[in-house]
Design a protein. Structure first.
Ligand code: ADP
Ligand code: ASP
Ligand code: MG
Length: 413
């Protein structure tokens, strides 16, 4: 008998029929004697719909109330799922974040899980119930409802698997696993059988939304093997696990894109100690994450500072920077919301050169201008015009032959 945590995403629970089908799938496992803990997302489109309602009500929605609103999406699916199990003749109970309890910090709409009381869950499981838990939500020290950020149900599932010391954590979604790139924009994308936590962290941080990045971080920290697979087939998906020798030798494992970023450039600020701190401290105090930062030196005295933030933080960031402009002596501020970041990722890059130059060459062949670049040991990212995203992803996928196994040959060394 095993304790299994399974998470089903929005498209998997997008209708009454789909919720019934998920319940049947879970019951099949339960009948084998396993203890089942099921984390659900809101129905597909629901979180966007609720966000739209909030934006229609308040120019910049109050984040505490936003969390109260958004958490209702998951409340609906878990209650319906528990009913579906009962209707089929099985004992079930739904639990919300504060009923579990899933304790978080108090950063509304971006909260982080601090700890989970697993006693309530164990008590219900010991009474023979299928336990279903609302994803994406928690409660802060003052009893306020919090949410974990978009895609946060994956994080709820992995955190629960760690807290319950589950035998298995399975993430069910609308594709068969983790692919070499988004299978919905590149039909040559290939499913990856096993991927390391580190590589998955890079893919997720660079836009492969099939797994929320924080869920991968938790899985790595608590050594939870995660199986990403399809809700709609019985096929084996992708195992996200610790790195092994075979993985190390793979040069490039994936291409990602992220259309969720925006660029801000502050022109002609004094090139002297303290300028960067003056710009970025108020931004981080506002809980805004900055991604790429580039500083160009001009005339030895003045510099341009260009950086990217999440598109949803663009207006807020611009406001902060505009207020700072006079204080730091900036000449002007420009921005662009229509950018995308495409990235080539692979742990094998550590020992190989030439990935960045190949990437620049392929993009230039397609007439795509590279606006910003950033690299790490295992990735190269370029900022380009958003409208070329799909073209760039497909061209890079072809260039690195990702539709085939791409173990490096000696010639590449
Ligand atoms: P869920 O609602 O189940 O959480 P998501 O929409 O968050 O599902 O994530 C699944 C989607 O991730 C897929 O439909 C696919 O379009 C997208 N995706 C992006 N990159 C990848 C990738 N490398 N492998 C698999 N799916 C990817
Ligand atoms: N419902 C939330 C979202 O759409 C959380 C999730 O599905 O993981 O982002
Ligand atoms: Mg998701």
């Amino acid at each position: 008998m095993a304790l299994i945590v399974q998470k089903f995403g929005g498209t998997s629970v997008g209708s009454v029929e789909k919720i019934k089908a998920v319940a049947e799938r879970v019951i099949t496992q339960y009948q084998k004697g396993h203890k089942m803990v099921i984390v659900l997302s809101a129905m597909s489109g629901e979180t966007d719909r609720l966000t739209g309602l909030a934006n229609a009500m308040q120019k910049r929605p109050d984040t505490r109330e936003m969390d109260a609103l958004l958490s209702t999406g998951e409340q609906v699916t878990v209650a319906l799922f528990a009913m579906a199990c009962m209707e089929a003749g099985y004992k079930a109970v739904s639990l919300l974040g504060d009923q579990v309890s899933i304790h978080t910090d108090n950063v509304h709409t971006k909260a982080r899980i601090k700890n989970i009381d697993s006693d309530v869950i164990h008590n219900h499981l010991n009474e023979g119930k299928i336990v279903t838990i609302a994803g994406f939500q928690g409660v802060d020290d003052d009893g306020n409802i919090t949410t974990l950020g978009r895609g946060g149900s994956d994080t709820t599932a992995v955190a629960l698997a760690a807290a319950l010391q589950a035998d298995m954590c399975e993430i069910f979604t609308d594709v068969e696993g983790v692919y070499t790139t988004d299978p919905n924009i590149c039909d040559k994308a290939r499913k990856i059988d096993r991927i390391s936590y580190d590589e998955m962290l890079e893919l997720a941080s660079l836009g492969a939304k099939v797994l929320d990045i924080r869920s991968v971080g938790l899985a790595k920290r608590y050594n939870v093997p995660v199986h990403v697979r399809s809700t709609f087939t019985e096929n084996i998906g992708t195992w996200v696990v610790e790195e092994d020798k075979i993985m190390e030798s793979i040069l490039v494992s994936g291409i990602t894109y992220n259309k969720n970023e925006a660029r801000i450039t502050i022109k002609k600020v004094p090139d002297q100690p303290g300028t960067a701190a003056k710009i970025f401290l108020p931004i981080s105090d506002a809980n805004i994450l900055v991604d790429m930062i580039i500083q160009n030196t001009r005339d030895g005295h003045m510099t341009d500072m260009t950086f990217t933030v999440m598109r949803s933080d663009y207006d807020r960031t611009l406001e902060i920077v505009e207020k700072l402009a006079a204080e730091i002596g900036a000449d002007s501020i420009t921005g662009d919301k229509h950018i995308a970041k495409v990235s080539v990722v692979g742990v094998g890059m550590r020992n190989h050169s030439g990935i960045a130059s190949t990437m620049f060459h392929i993009l230039s062949k397609e007439g795509i201008n590279v606006e910003m670049v950033s690299t790490s040991e295992i990735k190269v990212s370029c900022i380009i015009d958003e409208k070329y995203t799909e073209l760039a992803v497909r061209a890079l996928h072809d260039a690195f032959a990702l539709d085939r196994d791409n173990l490096p040959s000696e010639e590449n060394n």
